[in-house]
Write a protein that binds this ligand. Sequence first.
Ligand SMILES: Cc1cc2nc3c(=O)[nH]c(=O)nc-3n(C[C@H](O)[C@H](O)[C@H](O)COP(=O)(O)OP(=O)(O)OC[C@H]3O[C@@H](n4cnc5c(N)ncnc54)[C@H](O)[C@@H]3O)c2cc1C
Length: 504
Amino acid sequence: MTDTSLDADIIIAGAGPSGLMVGCETALGGARTIILEKRAEPWLTRAGTLAPRVLEIFASRGMIDSFMERAFELHTDPRSPDGIWAGLPGIDYRAVASDYPYVVMFPQIETERLLAEHFVSRGGEIRRNSEVVGVDQDEDSVTVRYRTEAGEERSLKARYLVGCDGGRSAVRNAVGIEFRGRPAGRLAMNVDAFVDNPYSRNVTVSNSENGWAMTYPLRDGLTRFAMIDAATCHDVSANAPELEEAKAMLRRVHGSDFGIEKVHSINTFHDALFLAAQLRKGRVFLVGESVRIHYPASGVGMQFCLQDAFNLGWKLAYAARGDGPDWLLDSFVSERQPEIDRLLDNVRTQCAIQFNFDDEHVALKRRLENDFLTIPEVSRRIAEDLGGLAARYPSEGDTHDIVGRRISNLALNPQGHGSDTVFTLLRKQKFVLLDLTAQSALPDLRDDLPIVAASLASPATGELQDVASALLRPDGHVAWVGERPLQQHLPKDQLLKWLPGVNL
Ligand SMILES: Cc1cc2nc3c(=O)[nH]c(=O)nc-3n(C[C@H](O)[C@H](O)[C@H](O)COP(=O)(O)OP(=O)(O)OC[C@H]3O[C@@H](n4cnc5c(N)ncnc54)[C@H](O)[C@@H]3O)c2cc1C
Protein backbone atom coordinates (compact mmCIF):
# COMPACT_ATOMS: atom_id res chain seq x y z
CA MET A 1 0.00 0.00 0.00
CA THR A 2 2.76 2.48 -0.90
CA ASP A 3 1.29 5.97 -1.38
CA THR A 4 3.72 7.94 -3.56
CA SER A 5 2.20 11.29 -2.56
CA LEU A 6 3.67 10.70 0.90
CA ASP A 7 7.35 11.09 1.92
CA ALA A 8 7.00 8.28 4.48
CA ASP A 9 4.43 6.09 6.21
CA ILE A 10 5.58 7.15 9.66
CA ILE A 11 7.49 10.19 10.88
CA ILE A 12 8.90 10.14 14.37
CA ALA A 13 10.06 13.27 16.20
CA GLY A 14 13.02 12.46 18.46
CA ALA A 15 15.75 9.81 18.33
CA GLY A 16 15.77 9.07 22.07
CA PRO A 17 14.98 5.55 23.30
CA SER A 18 11.23 5.93 22.62
CA GLY A 19 11.54 7.21 19.07
CA LEU A 20 14.14 4.62 18.13
CA MET A 21 12.07 1.77 19.57
CA VAL A 22 8.92 2.85 17.69
CA GLY A 23 11.10 3.15 14.58
CA CYS A 24 12.63 -0.33 15.01
CA GLU A 25 9.12 -1.79 15.07
CA THR A 26 7.64 0.20 12.18
CA ALA A 27 10.69 -0.39 9.98
CA LEU A 28 10.66 -4.11 10.83
CA GLY A 29 7.04 -4.23 9.64
CA GLY A 30 8.03 -2.65 6.31
CA ALA A 31 6.72 0.88 6.99
CA ARG A 32 8.81 3.68 5.46
CA THR A 33 9.98 5.51 8.57
CA ILE A 34 11.92 8.75 9.05
CA ILE A 35 13.09 9.98 12.46
CA LEU A 36 13.73 13.73 12.81
CA GLU A 37 16.16 14.49 15.64
CA LYS A 38 17.12 17.99 16.68
CA ARG A 39 20.55 17.09 18.06
CA ALA A 40 23.66 16.16 16.11
CA GLU A 41 24.60 13.33 18.50
CA PRO A 42 23.08 11.36 21.39
CA TRP A 43 23.69 13.23 24.65
CA LEU A 44 24.24 12.70 28.35
CA THR A 45 23.65 9.34 29.95
CA ARG A 46 20.59 9.24 32.18
CA ALA A 47 19.20 5.69 32.49
CA GLY A 48 21.79 3.18 33.68
CA THR A 49 19.90 -0.10 33.39
CA LEU A 50 17.77 -2.41 31.25
CA ALA A 51 14.97 -4.24 33.07
CA PRO A 52 13.54 -7.77 32.49
CA ARG A 53 10.63 -6.95 30.16
CA VAL A 54 12.79 -4.73 27.97
CA LEU A 55 15.35 -7.54 27.73
CA GLU A 56 12.53 -9.89 26.71
CA ILE A 57 11.39 -7.39 24.09
CA PHE A 58 14.92 -7.19 22.67
CA ALA A 59 15.05 -11.02 22.66
CA SER A 60 11.75 -11.29 20.81
CA ARG A 61 13.13 -9.06 18.04
CA GLY A 62 16.56 -10.67 17.72
CA MET A 63 18.39 -7.70 19.28
CA ILE A 64 19.37 -9.12 22.67
CA ASP A 65 22.80 -10.49 21.69
CA SER A 66 24.03 -7.07 20.56
CA PHE A 67 23.02 -5.55 23.92
CA MET A 68 24.45 -8.34 26.08
CA GLU A 69 27.73 -8.46 24.15
CA ARG A 70 28.20 -4.71 24.63
CA ALA A 71 27.16 -4.92 28.30
CA PHE A 72 29.84 -7.56 28.92
CA GLU A 73 32.39 -5.30 27.20
CA LEU A 74 31.49 -2.50 29.62
CA HIS A 75 31.34 -4.55 32.83
CA THR A 76 32.89 -7.74 34.09
CA ASP A 77 29.36 -8.97 34.85
CA PRO A 78 26.60 -6.44 34.06
CA ARG A 79 23.72 -8.54 35.44
CA SER A 80 22.39 -7.39 38.80
CA PRO A 81 19.54 -9.20 40.56
CA ASP A 82 19.30 -6.38 43.13
CA GLY A 83 16.74 -3.63 42.71
CA ILE A 84 15.48 -0.74 44.79
CA TRP A 85 12.02 0.60 45.55
CA ALA A 86 11.41 4.00 47.19
CA GLY A 87 15.17 4.24 47.52
CA LEU A 88 15.24 1.07 49.65
CA PRO A 89 17.30 -2.01 48.81
CA GLY A 90 15.88 -5.54 48.92
CA ILE A 91 14.05 -6.01 45.62
CA ASP A 92 15.16 -9.38 44.27
CA TYR A 93 14.72 -9.84 40.52
CA ARG A 94 15.72 -13.51 40.85
CA ALA A 95 12.11 -14.17 41.87
CA VAL A 96 10.54 -13.15 38.54
CA ALA A 97 9.57 -15.84 36.01
CA SER A 98 11.61 -14.67 33.04
CA ASP A 99 14.70 -15.67 31.07
CA TYR A 100 16.09 -12.37 32.41
CA PRO A 101 15.68 -12.35 36.23
CA TYR A 102 17.97 -9.33 36.69
CA VAL A 103 18.60 -5.80 35.48
CA VAL A 104 21.52 -5.22 33.13
CA MET A 105 23.78 -2.26 33.92
CA PHE A 106 23.77 -0.40 30.61
CA PRO A 107 24.13 3.34 29.94
CA GLN A 108 21.27 4.97 28.01
CA ILE A 109 23.65 6.43 25.44
CA GLU A 110 24.63 2.84 24.48
CA THR A 111 20.96 1.80 24.31
CA GLU A 112 20.34 4.70 21.91
CA ARG A 113 23.38 3.82 19.81
CA LEU A 114 22.38 0.16 19.41
CA LEU A 115 18.70 0.91 18.77
CA ALA A 116 19.77 3.41 16.09
CA GLU A 117 21.90 0.71 14.44
CA HIS A 118 19.01 -1.77 14.43
CA PHE A 119 16.62 0.88 13.09
CA VAL A 120 18.92 1.80 10.21
CA SER A 121 19.66 -1.88 9.43
CA ARG A 122 15.90 -2.38 9.00
CA GLY A 123 15.75 0.39 6.40
CA GLY A 124 14.86 3.36 8.64
CA GLU A 125 16.30 6.85 8.13
CA ILE A 126 17.48 9.25 10.86
CA ARG A 127 17.81 12.93 9.97
CA ARG A 128 19.85 14.60 12.68
CA ASN A 129 20.05 18.39 13.18
CA SER A 130 16.36 18.44 12.23
CA GLU A 131 14.10 20.15 14.74
CA VAL A 132 10.34 19.64 14.43
CA VAL A 133 8.66 23.05 14.61
CA GLY A 134 5.10 22.53 13.39
CA VAL A 135 2.41 19.96 12.60
CA ASP A 136 -0.72 20.07 10.41
CA GLN A 137 -3.05 17.16 9.88
CA ASP A 138 -6.16 16.28 7.90
CA GLU A 139 -8.15 13.06 7.57
CA ASP A 140 -5.60 11.30 5.38
CA SER A 141 -2.17 12.56 6.31
CA VAL A 142 0.00 14.64 8.61
CA THR A 143 2.51 17.27 7.52
CA VAL A 144 5.52 17.88 9.73
CA ARG A 145 7.56 21.07 9.45
CA TYR A 146 11.16 20.96 10.62
CA ARG A 147 14.20 23.24 10.71
CA THR A 148 17.59 22.12 9.44
CA GLU A 149 20.98 23.02 10.91
CA ALA A 150 21.28 25.79 8.30
CA GLY A 151 17.99 27.27 9.57
CA GLU A 152 15.97 26.28 6.50
CA GLU A 153 12.39 25.16 7.04
CA ARG A 154 11.31 21.97 5.27
CA SER A 155 8.31 19.69 5.47
CA LEU A 156 7.47 15.98 5.19
CA LYS A 157 4.11 14.33 4.71
CA ALA A 158 3.22 10.93 6.17
CA ARG A 159 0.33 8.76 7.31
CA TYR A 160 1.18 9.08 11.00
CA LEU A 161 3.41 11.17 13.27
CA VAL A 162 4.75 9.95 16.61
CA GLY A 163 5.97 12.61 19.04
CA CYS A 164 8.86 11.05 20.97
CA ASP A 165 10.49 14.42 21.51
CA GLY A 166 10.74 14.39 25.29
CA GLY A 167 9.28 16.40 28.15
CA ARG A 168 9.14 19.72 26.26
CA SER A 169 7.56 18.03 23.21
CA ALA A 170 7.09 20.36 20.24
CA VAL A 171 4.65 17.82 18.75
CA ARG A 172 2.48 17.85 21.88
CA ASN A 173 2.40 21.63 21.87
CA ALA A 174 1.76 21.87 18.12
CA VAL A 175 -1.36 19.66 18.27
CA GLY A 176 -2.59 21.33 21.48
CA ILE A 177 -2.45 18.47 23.97
CA GLU A 178 -2.37 19.79 27.52
CA PHE A 179 0.47 18.78 29.88
CA ARG A 180 -0.89 18.80 33.43
CA GLY A 181 0.94 18.32 36.71
CA ARG A 182 3.00 19.88 39.44
CA PRO A 183 6.41 21.55 39.21
CA ALA A 184 9.57 20.37 40.96
CA GLY A 185 9.72 20.66 44.75
CA ARG A 186 12.77 18.50 45.47
CA LEU A 187 16.15 17.72 43.91
CA ALA A 188 18.36 14.66 43.65
CA MET A 189 21.84 14.44 42.16
CA ASN A 190 24.13 12.07 40.24
CA VAL A 191 27.90 12.35 40.48
CA ASP A 192 29.40 10.14 37.74
CA ALA A 193 33.04 9.83 38.77
CA PHE A 194 36.12 8.14 37.32
CA VAL A 195 36.69 5.68 40.17
CA ASP A 196 36.00 1.97 40.54
CA ASN A 197 32.90 0.93 42.44
CA PRO A 198 34.14 1.06 46.06
CA TYR A 199 31.71 -1.70 47.09
CA SER A 200 31.57 -5.42 46.32
CA ARG A 201 27.89 -5.27 45.30
CA ASN A 202 26.58 -3.86 42.02
CA VAL A 203 24.05 -1.67 43.83
CA THR A 204 24.70 -0.29 47.32
CA VAL A 205 22.07 1.85 49.09
CA SER A 206 21.85 3.63 52.43
CA ASN A 207 19.29 5.86 54.12
CA SER A 208 19.83 8.17 57.09
CA GLU A 209 18.76 11.54 58.56
CA ASN A 210 21.36 13.09 56.21
CA GLY A 211 19.72 11.79 53.07
CA TRP A 212 19.65 8.94 50.59
CA ALA A 213 22.73 7.44 48.92
CA MET A 214 23.10 4.88 46.14
CA THR A 215 26.23 3.67 44.33
CA TYR A 216 26.46 1.58 41.16
CA PRO A 217 28.97 1.14 38.33
CA LEU A 218 28.15 2.68 34.92
CA ARG A 219 31.04 0.73 33.46
CA ASP A 220 34.38 -0.48 34.79
CA GLY A 221 36.23 2.58 36.13
CA LEU A 222 33.18 4.92 36.02
CA THR A 223 30.83 4.86 39.01
CA ARG A 224 27.58 6.69 39.68
CA PHE A 225 27.02 8.14 43.14
CA ALA A 226 23.34 9.12 43.35
CA MET A 227 22.06 11.05 46.34
CA ILE A 228 19.40 13.18 47.93
CA ASP A 229 21.00 15.61 50.35
CA ALA A 230 18.46 16.28 53.12
CA ALA A 231 20.11 19.65 53.83
CA THR A 232 19.74 21.09 50.33
CA CYS A 233 17.18 19.01 48.40
CA HIS A 234 14.39 21.61 48.65
CA ASP A 235 16.44 24.29 46.87
CA VAL A 236 15.12 23.44 43.39
CA SER A 237 16.50 26.60 41.80
CA ALA A 238 20.10 25.57 42.57
CA ASN A 239 22.41 24.75 39.64
CA ALA A 240 24.42 21.51 39.59
CA PRO A 241 27.27 22.05 42.09
CA GLU A 242 30.98 22.28 41.25
CA LEU A 243 33.24 19.35 42.22
CA GLU A 244 34.29 20.59 45.69
CA GLU A 245 30.70 21.28 46.77
CA ALA A 246 29.58 17.91 45.35
CA LYS A 247 32.36 16.21 47.33
CA ALA A 248 31.16 17.89 50.53
CA MET A 249 27.65 16.56 49.80
CA LEU A 250 29.07 13.08 49.17
CA ARG A 251 30.85 13.17 52.53
CA ARG A 252 27.60 14.27 54.22
CA VAL A 253 25.31 11.74 52.53
CA HIS A 254 27.54 8.85 51.38
CA GLY A 255 29.95 9.17 54.33
CA SER A 256 32.98 9.58 52.02
CA ASP A 257 34.01 11.43 48.86
CA PHE A 258 35.90 8.28 47.71
CA GLY A 259 38.97 10.34 46.81
CA ILE A 260 37.29 11.51 43.60
CA GLU A 261 39.50 13.76 41.48
CA LYS A 262 37.81 13.65 38.10
CA VAL A 263 34.14 13.48 37.23
CA HIS A 264 32.41 12.64 33.97
CA SER A 265 29.38 14.73 34.97
CA ILE A 266 27.41 16.13 37.88
CA ASN A 267 23.67 16.43 37.23
CA THR A 268 20.67 17.34 39.29
CA PHE A 269 17.21 15.95 38.61
CA HIS A 270 13.88 16.64 40.25
CA ASP A 271 10.46 15.35 41.22
CA ALA A 272 8.22 17.37 38.85
CA LEU A 273 5.35 15.19 37.64
CA PHE A 274 3.38 16.00 34.49
CA LEU A 275 1.06 13.90 32.30
CA ALA A 276 -0.33 14.60 28.83
CA ALA A 277 -4.13 14.79 28.67
CA GLN A 278 -4.19 12.51 25.57
CA LEU A 279 -1.90 9.92 23.99
CA ARG A 280 -3.44 10.38 20.55
CA LYS A 281 -4.94 13.21 18.55
CA GLY A 282 -6.04 12.12 15.07
CA ARG A 283 -2.98 10.84 13.22
CA VAL A 284 -0.57 12.04 15.88
CA PHE A 285 0.58 9.87 18.80
CA LEU A 286 2.71 10.70 21.82
CA VAL A 287 5.15 8.17 23.29
CA GLY A 288 7.67 8.32 26.14
CA GLU A 289 8.58 11.47 28.02
CA SER A 290 6.42 13.59 25.74
CA VAL A 291 3.56 11.85 27.60
CA ARG A 292 4.90 12.12 31.13
CA ILE A 293 7.79 13.32 33.18
CA HIS A 294 8.41 12.12 36.70
CA TYR A 295 11.14 11.56 39.27
CA PRO A 296 13.22 8.57 38.05
CA ALA A 297 12.12 6.45 41.03
CA SER A 298 13.71 2.98 40.98
CA GLY A 299 15.24 3.93 37.62
CA VAL A 300 12.42 2.54 35.47
CA GLY A 301 11.26 5.56 33.45
CA MET A 302 12.91 4.54 30.20
CA GLN A 303 11.79 0.92 30.60
CA PHE A 304 8.15 1.99 30.54
CA CYS A 305 8.79 4.40 27.64
CA LEU A 306 10.27 1.49 25.66
CA GLN A 307 7.27 -0.70 26.46
CA ASP A 308 4.88 2.03 25.27
CA ALA A 309 6.95 2.38 22.11
CA PHE A 310 6.91 -1.38 21.49
CA ASN A 311 3.14 -1.48 21.96
CA LEU A 312 2.53 1.27 19.40
CA GLY A 313 5.28 0.32 16.95
CA TRP A 314 3.99 -3.03 15.66
CA LYS A 315 0.44 -1.65 15.52
CA LEU A 316 1.55 1.27 13.34
CA ALA A 317 3.36 -1.19 11.05
CA TYR A 318 0.18 -3.27 10.70
CA ALA A 319 -1.94 -0.14 10.13
CA ALA A 320 0.47 1.19 7.48
CA ARG A 321 0.26 -2.14 5.59
CA GLY A 322 -3.53 -2.28 5.96
CA ASP A 323 -3.37 -5.58 7.88
CA GLY A 324 -4.82 -4.49 11.22
CA PRO A 325 -8.41 -3.72 12.29
CA ASP A 326 -9.62 -0.09 12.59
CA TRP A 327 -9.51 -0.19 16.38
CA LEU A 328 -5.92 -1.47 16.60
CA LEU A 329 -4.31 1.98 16.94
CA ASP A 330 -6.83 3.03 19.60
CA SER A 331 -5.81 -0.01 21.62
CA PHE A 332 -2.42 1.67 22.16
CA VAL A 333 -4.29 4.19 24.33
CA SER A 334 -6.60 1.71 26.10
CA GLU A 335 -3.67 -0.63 26.83
CA ARG A 336 -0.87 1.74 27.79
CA GLN A 337 -2.79 4.58 29.54
CA PRO A 338 -3.64 2.37 32.57
CA GLU A 339 0.00 1.23 32.76
CA ILE A 340 1.22 4.85 32.69
CA ASP A 341 -1.31 5.81 35.40
CA ARG A 342 -0.17 2.88 37.56
CA LEU A 343 3.48 3.85 37.04
CA LEU A 344 2.83 7.44 38.12
CA ASP A 345 1.00 6.29 41.26
CA ASN A 346 3.94 4.02 42.03
CA VAL A 347 6.32 7.00 41.60
CA ARG A 348 4.17 9.20 43.90
CA THR A 349 4.23 6.48 46.58
CA GLN A 350 7.99 6.11 46.28
CA CYS A 351 8.59 9.87 46.49
CA ALA A 352 6.44 10.10 49.64
CA ILE A 353 8.83 7.65 51.28
CA GLN A 354 12.18 8.50 49.68
CA PHE A 355 12.22 12.30 49.97
CA ASN A 356 11.49 12.59 53.70
CA PHE A 357 14.22 12.43 56.31
CA ASP A 358 12.60 13.26 59.68
CA ASP A 359 12.97 10.62 62.37
CA GLU A 360 9.50 9.17 61.70
CA HIS A 361 10.28 8.61 58.03
CA VAL A 362 13.73 7.20 58.78
CA ALA A 363 12.02 4.71 61.15
CA LEU A 364 9.41 3.91 58.46
CA LYS A 365 12.15 3.24 55.90
CA ARG A 366 14.01 1.00 58.34
CA ARG A 367 10.83 -0.98 58.99
CA LEU A 368 9.94 -1.29 55.30
CA GLU A 369 13.47 -2.38 54.44
CA ASN A 370 13.89 -4.88 57.26
CA ASP A 371 10.38 -6.28 57.76
CA PHE A 372 8.34 -5.83 54.56
CA LEU A 373 10.61 -5.91 51.51
CA THR A 374 12.20 -9.04 52.98
CA ILE A 375 8.87 -10.90 52.48
CA PRO A 376 9.53 -12.85 49.23
CA GLU A 377 6.01 -12.34 47.84
CA VAL A 378 6.20 -8.56 48.42
CA SER A 379 9.63 -8.31 46.79
CA ARG A 380 8.52 -10.47 43.84
CA ARG A 381 5.41 -8.40 43.14
CA ILE A 382 7.39 -5.15 43.26
CA ALA A 383 10.06 -6.68 40.98
CA GLU A 384 7.35 -7.75 38.50
CA ASP A 385 5.88 -4.24 38.54
CA LEU A 386 9.22 -2.46 38.10
CA GLY A 387 10.46 -5.06 35.63
CA GLY A 388 7.43 -4.40 33.40
CA LEU A 389 6.18 -7.98 33.68
CA ALA A 390 2.91 -7.22 35.47
CA ALA A 391 1.11 -5.50 32.57
CA ARG A 392 -2.24 -7.09 31.70
CA TYR A 393 -3.99 -5.49 28.75
CA PRO A 394 -7.80 -5.27 28.89
CA SER A 395 -9.77 -8.06 27.22
CA GLU A 396 -13.48 -8.61 26.63
CA GLY A 397 -15.53 -10.82 28.96
CA ASP A 398 -14.45 -13.12 31.72
CA THR A 399 -11.24 -14.57 30.32
CA HIS A 400 -8.42 -16.76 31.56
CA ASP A 401 -5.92 -14.92 33.76
CA ILE A 402 -3.15 -15.19 31.13
CA VAL A 403 -5.16 -13.31 28.46
CA GLY A 404 -3.71 -9.82 28.04
CA ARG A 405 -0.42 -10.75 29.73
CA ARG A 406 2.92 -11.40 28.06
CA ILE A 407 3.96 -15.00 27.57
CA SER A 408 7.38 -16.19 28.72
CA ASN A 409 9.94 -17.74 26.42
CA LEU A 410 8.50 -21.27 26.12
CA ALA A 411 10.36 -24.00 24.19
CA LEU A 412 8.88 -24.90 20.79
CA ASN A 413 8.95 -27.83 18.46
CA PRO A 414 10.86 -26.19 15.57
CA GLN A 415 9.11 -28.23 12.87
CA GLY A 416 7.79 -26.09 10.01
CA HIS A 417 9.11 -22.68 11.15
CA GLY A 418 12.59 -23.51 12.49
CA SER A 419 12.30 -21.54 15.76
CA ASP A 420 13.06 -23.31 19.00
CA THR A 421 11.46 -20.78 21.37
CA VAL A 422 8.52 -18.37 21.37
CA PHE A 423 10.79 -15.30 21.43
CA THR A 424 12.72 -16.51 18.38
CA LEU A 425 9.46 -17.11 16.52
CA LEU A 426 8.21 -13.59 17.38
CA ARG A 427 11.20 -11.99 15.60
CA LYS A 428 9.23 -11.67 12.38
CA GLN A 429 6.56 -9.58 14.16
CA LYS A 430 3.82 -12.08 13.28
CA PHE A 431 0.81 -13.37 15.23
CA VAL A 432 1.29 -16.93 16.52
CA LEU A 433 -1.34 -19.67 16.72
CA LEU A 434 0.07 -21.82 19.49
CA ASP A 435 -0.71 -25.43 20.27
CA LEU A 436 -0.08 -25.95 23.99
CA THR A 437 -0.79 -29.70 23.98
CA ALA A 438 2.35 -30.39 21.91
CA GLN A 439 0.25 -32.94 20.01
CA SER A 440 -2.30 -31.15 17.86
CA ALA A 441 -2.04 -31.00 14.06
CA LEU A 442 -1.33 -27.40 13.01
CA PRO A 443 -3.24 -25.42 10.39
CA ASP A 444 -1.43 -24.89 7.09
CA LEU A 445 -0.63 -21.16 6.85
CA ARG A 446 1.08 -19.54 3.87
CA ASP A 447 4.52 -17.96 4.51
CA ASP A 448 3.36 -14.55 3.27
CA LEU A 449 0.68 -14.28 5.99
CA PRO A 450 1.32 -12.23 9.16
CA ILE A 451 0.53 -15.31 11.24
CA VAL A 452 2.39 -18.53 11.89
CA ALA A 453 1.40 -21.75 13.69
CA ALA A 454 3.61 -23.56 16.20
CA SER A 455 3.53 -26.28 18.84
CA LEU A 456 5.16 -26.29 22.27
CA ALA A 457 8.03 -28.76 22.64
CA SER A 458 6.18 -30.42 25.54
CA PRO A 459 2.66 -29.95 27.00
CA ALA A 460 2.15 -26.70 28.93
CA THR A 461 2.41 -26.76 32.71
CA GLY A 462 1.76 -24.33 35.55
CA GLU A 463 -0.69 -21.53 34.86
CA LEU A 464 -1.12 -22.73 31.25
CA GLN A 465 -1.85 -26.39 31.98
CA ASP A 466 -5.64 -25.99 31.59
CA VAL A 467 -5.26 -24.39 28.16
CA ALA A 468 -4.92 -26.25 24.82
CA SER A 469 -4.37 -23.43 22.35
CA ALA A 470 -3.57 -19.72 22.27
CA LEU A 471 -3.31 -16.77 19.91
CA LEU A 472 -0.27 -14.58 20.60
CA ARG A 473 0.06 -11.04 19.29
CA PRO A 474 3.30 -9.89 17.64
CA ASP A 475 4.37 -8.34 20.98
CA GLY A 476 4.05 -11.70 22.76
CA HIS A 477 0.91 -10.75 24.71
CA VAL A 478 -1.83 -13.38 24.74
CA ALA A 479 -4.87 -12.34 22.67
CA TRP A 480 -6.97 -15.46 23.24
CA VAL A 481 -6.82 -18.96 24.76
CA GLY A 482 -8.95 -22.05 24.04
CA GLU A 483 -9.64 -25.26 25.91
CA ARG A 484 -9.73 -27.42 22.75
CA PRO A 485 -6.73 -28.25 20.54
CA LEU A 486 -6.32 -26.27 17.31
CA GLN A 487 -7.13 -29.31 15.19
CA GLN A 488 -10.62 -29.44 16.77
CA HIS A 489 -11.23 -25.72 16.98
CA LEU A 490 -9.62 -22.96 14.95
CA PRO A 491 -10.56 -19.57 16.48
CA LYS A 492 -11.81 -18.03 13.23
CA ASP A 493 -13.66 -15.18 14.99
CA GLN A 494 -10.43 -14.18 16.76
CA LEU A 495 -8.41 -14.35 13.54
CA LEU A 496 -11.00 -12.18 11.81
CA LYS A 497 -11.02 -9.78 14.73
CA TRP A 498 -7.22 -9.23 14.75
CA LEU A 499 -6.49 -9.70 11.03
CA PRO A 500 -9.61 -8.62 9.12
CA GLY A 501 -7.66 -7.58 6.03
CA VAL A 502 -5.86 -10.89 5.67
CA ASN A 503 -7.16 -13.66 3.47
CA LEU A 504 -6.37 -16.83 5.40
C1 LIG B 1 18.87 11.37 36.26
C2 LIG B 1 18.01 10.39 35.54
C3 LIG B 1 18.24 9.03 35.70
C4 LIG B 1 17.45 8.12 35.05
N1 LIG B 1 17.70 6.80 35.24
C5 LIG B 1 16.92 5.90 34.64
C6 LIG B 1 17.17 4.50 34.81
O1 LIG B 1 18.10 4.07 35.49
N2 LIG B 1 16.36 3.63 34.18
C7 LIG B 1 15.34 4.06 33.38
O2 LIG B 1 14.62 3.23 32.82
N3 LIG B 1 15.09 5.38 33.17
C8 LIG B 1 15.86 6.31 33.78
N4 LIG B 1 15.64 7.63 33.55
C9 LIG B 1 14.55 8.05 32.62
C10 LIG B 1 15.00 8.05 31.16
O3 LIG B 1 16.16 8.82 30.98
C11 LIG B 1 13.87 8.60 30.28
O4 LIG B 1 12.68 7.88 30.58
C12 LIG B 1 14.14 8.47 28.78
O5 LIG B 1 15.22 9.28 28.36
C13 LIG B 1 12.91 8.89 27.96
O6 LIG B 1 13.17 8.63 26.61
P1 LIG B 1 12.40 9.44 25.46
O7 LIG B 1 12.94 8.91 24.18
O8 LIG B 1 10.93 9.38 25.68
O9 LIG B 1 12.82 10.96 25.67
P2 LIG B 1 14.27 11.63 25.55
O10 LIG B 1 15.30 10.70 26.04
O11 LIG B 1 14.14 12.96 26.20
O12 LIG B 1 14.49 11.82 23.99
C14 LIG B 1 13.82 12.82 23.27
C15 LIG B 1 14.61 13.09 22.00
O13 LIG B 1 13.86 14.03 21.22
C16 LIG B 1 14.76 15.03 20.73
N5 LIG B 1 13.95 16.25 20.49
C17 LIG B 1 13.46 17.12 21.40
N6 LIG B 1 12.73 18.07 20.78
C18 LIG B 1 12.78 17.82 19.45
C19 LIG B 1 12.23 18.44 18.31
N7 LIG B 1 11.47 19.55 18.39
N8 LIG B 1 12.48 17.90 17.08
C20 LIG B 1 13.24 16.78 16.97
N9 LIG B 1 13.80 16.15 18.03
C21 LIG B 1 13.55 16.65 19.26
C22 LIG B 1 15.79 15.17 21.84
O14 LIG B 1 16.98 15.74 21.33
C23 LIG B 1 15.96 13.72 22.27
O15 LIG B 1 16.95 13.06 21.51
C24 LIG B 1 16.41 8.57 34.20
C25 LIG B 1 16.19 9.94 34.02
C26 LIG B 1 16.97 10.84 34.69
C27 LIG B 1 16.70 12.30 34.53
